[in-house]
Design a protein around this ligand. Sequence first.
Ligand code: HEM
Length: 274
Amino acid sequence: MLFDLHSHVLLLDVFTFTCNRDLFGYLRSWTSSVPSLGLTSSLPGAQPAPNIIEVPATEEDDEDDAATLRGDDEDVHIDDLPPAFPSLNGAQRAGSSKETTSSTIPRILTDSELMPPPPLPGLASRRPGTSSVSSASSSFLLVPSGTSSLTVPLSTLKPPNKKATKKVALAPGHGPLDWANLKKSGKDLRGVDTLSRIPMSVLKQHNKRDDAWSAFNGKVYNITPYLPYHPGGEKELMRVAGRDGSKLFALTHGWVNIDYMLDECLVGFLVPDS
Ligand code: HEM
């Protein structure tokens, strides 16, 4: 929709009723910078301009301004420069102090005007092994209160529970690596020449320390070489000598890979008595 310049001027006159002089001056500078040539429309097919209520100009609108907006004079007015925004006596500047109005340098706040620092943590909330810095950052890192990724876990502060493990002190040269080396050495750990089918009655005969066989998951092993290397001790391991130890083994440490640990001790496969 196009307006002719006259309607344009009337609309702006209506604005002068509702807007203050600063806004009017801004609009005036804007319209004066637009060439007036394109505003007078006589394009084919243009719709007739809508009816606009004409409002008489007030005393505040001097004739000079109206003439400028109508484009009657070609001269550039001295007051074509946009006004200061916000205006020098406007409400936006009214709230600021005199110092900032006269100077654009912001005033530095005094200590009493600044936000107070957060309170220091009380001594009662501190725990051994944690610093105030780590406990303050723990909430940010979502670590449980009183702990930090850098502090020593509280569990290590407790004395070890000696009853928690049933491991025994192995003789020197009988650690897990020593057993692994013995397996690789090529030494005969089976005591038999060939693997065979072993009935339960035969298994029961091998129940001495120097001749101990035990069945685990259908496989029969010579456990005598492993006895001094067993972390749970020889006594525990001898409980299954000459019998099927599958259930006891699973109840004690089902995670231990017996097939790998005793592969060189395999003597045969458990079969039922005929
Ligand atoms: C010949 C088969 C067995 C092998 C190869 C074997 C191997 C092991 C290994 C590797 C460990 C150390 C586990 C760990 O550090 O987590 C261990 C611990 C232990 N084993 Fe055995 N074991 C055997 C049979 C048995 C049997 C039949 C018993 C019980 C009658 C037994 C009782 C124990 C006990 C009490 C521990 C100490 C667990 C602990 O408190 O940490 N083991 N065994």
